[in-house]
Design a protein around this ligand. Structure first.
Ligand code: SF4
Length: 295
């Protein structure tokens, strides 16, 4: 996370809550996610005007509007490119990105791989409910095989995307999973993701109470969830993280799967270092890189 002069400001969760009343269905898991985000941001201590919150399209993508940060409820599947542009233009700003499983791993799926390998310092929170909620209950890329929905009357024939393995497979430096069934744990995970100095991914099992399948609901989650920390998982062990991530959809592990113990310089910091190096040698700055830098 980029630091700023006002990094030590004391803030409370309520400072990040906007006046806009959420229009999610009563009981939707996203209510818990936004509360966890308020708590995490209060711990971070950056004021709302130093935070940009970008989302795609979907129920969960309403979330920036429920915060006091600068918000952009953008284009379906395109939150990550927009967020990367914001970070490049203003490297001191804290950038959060949010969306659903369909927004992130179907329509925007191609962008995730490139955001991971490019490794800008931002936090990507996916509210994974294994369904398209906003459009009334179609199969999503993370829907389990066999799920009956309005678009799969006799059950899905497809294997789901595994978001944890997806991001780990592309070399993600921070990969975690949480659930609003454990609010304190989720807030702590999001805070840790924001503090990670690079691309950080948090998959949140956020139930859709209206169209979601029974195993995805909070009651079932509470019975299933297992803390990686309590299991003694070493989050610096990438291979073990990959192994545990294979259980996505079968077991519900919460906590940090992987955190790079020696994060490389993020893309935004590398560009600035490259330009400084060229200038130091009396060479012309790379114009293409210059176009990203603030004037
Ligand atoms: Fe939440 Fe589902 Fe309602 Fe959308 S349709 S607001 S995901 S419960």
């Amino acid at each position: 996370m980029s630091m700023s002069p006002s990094a030590s400001v004391e803030l409370a969760p309520k400072d990040f809550k906007s006046d806009l009343k959420p229009i999610w269905c009563p009981g939707c898991g996203d209510f818990g996610v936004v509360q966890a985000i308020y708590r995490a941001l209060a711990q971070i201590g950056r004021p709302p005007h130093e935070i940009a919150f970008v989302s795609g399209i979907g129920c969960s993508s309403r979330i920036p509007g429920y915060t006091t940060a600068y918000g952009f409820n953008s284009v379906h599947g395109r939150a990550l490119p927009i967020a990367q542009g914001i970070k490049m233009a203003n490297p001191d700003i804290l950038v959060l990105v949010a969306g659903g499983d369909g927004d992130g791993f179907s329509i925007g799926g191609g962008h995730v791989a490139h955001a991971v390998r490019r490794d800008l310092d931002l936090t990507y929170i996916v509210m994974d409910n294994q369904i398209y909620g906003l459009t009334k209950g179609q199969l999503s890329p993370t829907s389990p095989r066999g799920l009956k929905t309005v678009s799969s009357t006799f059950g899905s024939l497809e294997a789901p995307v595994n978001p944890l393995q997806y991001v780990l497979g592309y070399g993600g430096g921070f990969v975690a999973q949480g659930t609003p069934a454990d609010m304190a744990g989720l807030a702590a995970i999001i805070e840790e993701a924001i503090r990670y100095p690079g691309f950080a991914f948090v998959n949140v099992q956020s139930p859709c109470v209206t169209f979601g399948h029974p195993e995805s609901q909070l009651k079932a989650q509470k019975a299933m969830m297992q803390s990686l920390e309590a299991m003694g998982h070493d989050p610096t062990d990438r291979l073990r993280a990959m192994d545990l991530a294979r259980d996505y959809g079968v077991k519900l592990y919460t906590g940090v799967f992987y955190r790079d113990p020696e994060p490389p310089p993020s893309y935004d910091s590398q560009i600035r270092a490259r330009q400084a190096e060229l200038q130091g040698k009396g060479l012309p700055r790379e114009r293409i890189l210059d176009s990203f830098l603030p004037r």
